[in-house]
Design a protein around this ligand. Structure first.
Ligand code: PFF
Length: 449
């Protein structure tokens, strides 16, 4: 374990890497489609409340523990334990995080592979390779396996480079590109006929839906997934942050960027759906609900792009490149979880650890692809509906109940000597001990009914 640990070279490096982890398919696909099927702005409002009031404080627990321990979650949680029971609970939480991150990456890599494939469609069309384009868009085991593996190899290549030469370097390139493409697409789509109606559907709340328990459960799941909570990816990124930085302000920036980009993605997807309708594409299913999830991304939007003529080719390319970038900056943070553990706790060399962990996840993904009907939904539910809330809860227990208060305060003071007088210290410790765990338990129990 003699090799020096990696560290982000700057404040911005961490912000781009952590917001790269947070901003992913969850923001650009998950959030707008959930908003579309859950009452538009009613969902947006509940989401904003839960993201700021529940998910953000839980994320801070993860970041503060990570920066303090300068280690992966297993070691970090053990280091703040205070007896045999809490030590074992720390190990359990760390291992559960590694397992959950791996399962999330297992299904995420499949979906990201589809994005890669769809990004190649406009290029193949342009080159007159219609047959190849049909293969790219057909749902087949072969295509799924090939593009999942391709996506995983890109993820592996970045993680092999380490903290500065891999994660930070690529996130500082990819995140500004993502933002640029997103803004350009929003501006373009908003100029098209029908977009106004989509804006209305997104921004005018249907308050009759606001107390719907299903809406609250979906919004909380979405907020946890979006902030990459609990699995230890944010914890390990925070462990690469220098002691000079104010971790509270870093956490705030990452949360704001993540939520901001989700809200912006809604400004793209919902108007695009209504533009599609305006162009004759069906956007409601037989039951009268807005089409969402995979049919929206892989049928409605491509149908919309086709109605746009030549411009559609470039819009389609931009859209699926945007999705691919979003997926990649998230997947690297998931792969870093098992890799950091293998390097730090078992002395493996980084490249070897990356190929090993990446290889295991490719096999896991492959098994899901071969048993798609049975396993795809199960992997999503197990990791995001059960794994993440439980892990979020355990991290709050560690930060609020197990770790000594003085230890937390000392950590905060490293980057901000006046932390004790600030509003964060006045509210957060109590909040993360009581309100956040209680809210997680209430929503979780509701979701089981
Ligand atoms: N936050 C990512 C998204 O919104 O797509 C998903 C994610 C990334 C979950 C990293 C968990 C994780 F560790």
């Amino acid at each position: 374990m003699g090799a020096p640990r990696g560290e982000f070279s700057s404040r911005l490096g961490f912000i781009l890497a952590a917001s790269g982890s947070a901003v992913g398919l969850g923001n650009i696909w998950g959030f707008p489609t959930q908003a579309a099927s859950n009452g538009g702005a009613a969902f947006l409002l509940v989401y904003l409340l839960l993201a700021f009031l529940i998910a953000y404080p839980a994320l801070m627990a993860e970041l503060i523990i990570g920066r303090h321990a300068k280690a992966n979650a297993v070691t970090a949680l053990r280091s703040i334990s205070n007896d045999r029971f809490t030590y074992n609970l720390g190990s359990f939480t760390g291992y559960l995080g590694i397992a959950t991150a791996s399962v999330i990456l297992g299904f995420y890599a499949i979906v990201a592979g589809w994005m890669f494939a769809y990004a190649m469609v406009p290029v193949s069309d342009l080159l007159g390779m219609g047959g190849f384009a049909d293969w790219l868009t057909g749902f087949a085991v072969g295509r799924n396996l090939i593009f999942m593996t391709l996506f995983m190899f890109v993820t592996i290549a970045i993680i092999c480079g380490g903290v500065q030469k891999g994660i930070e370097k690529w996130c500082t390139r990819l995140m500004p590109s993502l933002l640029f493409i997103l803004v350009a697409l929003i501006v373009y789509v908003l100029t098209l006929d029908g977009a106004g109606e989509g804006l209305k559907a997104y921004l005018v709340p249907d308050f009759s839906r606001i107390a719907d328990p299903q809406l609250v459960i979906s919004a909380m799941g979405q907020a946890f997934f979006s902030l990459s909570l609990g699995v230890g990816g944010m914890l390990i990124y925070a462990s690469y942050v220098s002691d000079k930085e104010d971790i509270v302000s870093l956490g705030r920036s990452v949360t704001l960027l993540d939520i901001g980009i989700a809200v912006m993605a809604g400004l793209l997807i919902l108007p695009a759906m209504y533009v599609a309708q305006n162009n004759g594409v069906a956007i409601y299913d037989a039951a009268g609900n807005l089409i969402s999830e995979d049919t929206l991304i892989f049928a409605v939007l491509p149908a919309l792009f086709e109605t746009m003529g030549t411009a559609g080719i470039f819009v389609a390319l931009a859209f699926f490149v945007l999705m691919s970038i979003a997926a990649l900056t998230s997947s690297i943070s998931m792969l870093e979880v098992p890799v950091a553990y293998a390097v730090e706790n078992h002395g493996l060399e980084r490249k070897r650890a990356t190929y090993l962990a990446g290889g295991v996840i490719i096999v896991l993904s492959g098994v899901i692809i071969l048993n798609f009907e049975a396993l795809f939904g199960l992997a999503i539910a197990a990791s995001t509906r059960y794994g993440q809330p439980l892990l979020g809860l355990l991290l709050c227990v560690f930060a609020g109940w197990i770790w000594h208060r003085d230890g937390v305060l000392n950590e905060l003071k490293k980057g901000n000597p006046d932390a004790e007088q600030g509003p964060f210290w006045k509210i957060w410790p109590f909040y993360v001990r009581t309100i956040v765990p209680a809210a997680i338990i209430i929503v979780f129990v509701q979701s089981l009914r």
